[in-house]
Write a protein that binds this ligand. Structure first.
Ligand SMILES: [Zn+2]
Length: 327
């Protein structure tokens, strides 16, 4: 496939007949780890420039601490060894920023709630209050819940979050009761373990989950999967659990695309086997200057797909999950 088919290059004005492929970004954070942001209008401008019609927007469930022992202010969780702590304000900040948009632009965003500690057995009470406090439909789901997350897990205060934790089970039950998509980041493994070491934790959650949609962010891929073929595991889980969806973003994009940024055949085959269960995401954090570049590269995944599957992965699946199928 060639780049000629790409229609998401930056543009300043809409064409007379909009021949662009409409995209939905199913994974973007309005804030970075320090809880800073370019703001919702900048997000909309970046979406327009990249041909992205709608986006599923998370805050950031944790905030990086600037520890007194560190000489410089960190910008990213990896910048030093200081801890990250749960930051519940994130959810209300998301709404506050979205309120600055026009009604038409606001309707392009599906906000998600994520600012809770998934190892807290009473986190679900917080979610109930949050969801009950706002009009129905305000929140479109729960996530991105950060569970196994390599170096981030090592920096989290408190207990290590896992997909099969009792607190997470309650959150999953909440999503099932209210028919909300649940979006989790649960790495398949981490350094020092076999490449699929944590997959059974996710499977345990999938076995008890009574909801309709569970999205596995990045299909559980992290840097440790560079030399490992993870596709058979993703295929097995998708075939065994109808509720499971995967978002291809962040480390997953590096796995799906080869050195020339063309999609790997085994991934194309997998996506064609499960065309209704895959969405794309940018996983950009709070700053949107490189948005077009990041999501443009992600959208290269579409170049390997048949026309029908391409439309589903580009937007229809995400619209079904988060926008009531609005086309
Ligand atoms: Zn993310």
């Amino acid at each position: 496939m060639t780049c000629v088919e790409r229609t998401y290059s930056p543009r300043t004005e809409m064409p007379e007949t909009d021949a662009r492929e409409r995209l939905v970004d199913a994974h973007i954070h309005l804030f970075d780890f320090m809880h800073e942001t370019d703001g919702a209008p900048a997000l909309i401008a970046a979406m327009d420039a990249a041909g992205v019609e709608r986006a599923v927007v998370f805050g950031m469930p944790v905030k990086k601490k600037w520890d007194v022992a560190e000489p410089g202010r960190p910008g990213y969780y990896m910048d030093d060894v200081a801890r990250c702590y749960y930051f519940s304000l994130t959810d209300l900040l998301v709404l506050e920023h979205l309120d600055r948009l026009s009604d038409a632009d606001r309707a392009r965003i599906a906000p998600m709630a994520c600012g809770f500690d998934p190892t807290d057995l009473s986190a679900v009470t917080q979610l109930e209050r949050l969801f009950d406090h706002h009009p129905p439909g305000t929140w479109r789901g729960v996530g991105e819940v950060l569970l196994r997350h390599g170096d981030l897990s090592a920096r989290l205060v408190g207990e290590l979050p896992r997909a099969n934790h009792a607190g997470m089970r309650r959150v999953a039950d909440f999503c099932a009761e209210r028919q909300l998509p649940l979006v989790v980041h649960s790495n398949a493994s981490s350094q020092g373990h076999e490449p699929e070491a944590y997959v059974p934790e996710l499977e345990e959650l999938l076995r008890v989950y009574k909801g309709d949609v569970l999205v596995w962010c990045h299909a559980g891929i992290s840097e440790i999967h560079n030399e490992h073929d993870h596709v058979p595991t993703v295929g097995r889980l998708l075939s065994e659990h109808e509720v499971l969806h995967v978002d291809l973003s962040w480390a997953a994009v590096d796995d799906v695309l080869d050195a020339s940024d063309d999609p790997e055949p085994q991934w194309v085959e997998l996506i064609e086997r499960f065309p209704d269960r895959v969405v794309l995401g940018s996983d950009v954090l709070g700053h949107f200057g490189a948005y077009d570049e990041v999501f443009g590269r992600t959208a290269r995944i579409l170049d390997g797909l048949s026309p029908g599957t391409r439309q589903k992965v580009a937007r229809l699946n995400a619209e079904r999950l988060w926008f009531d199928g609005a086309g």
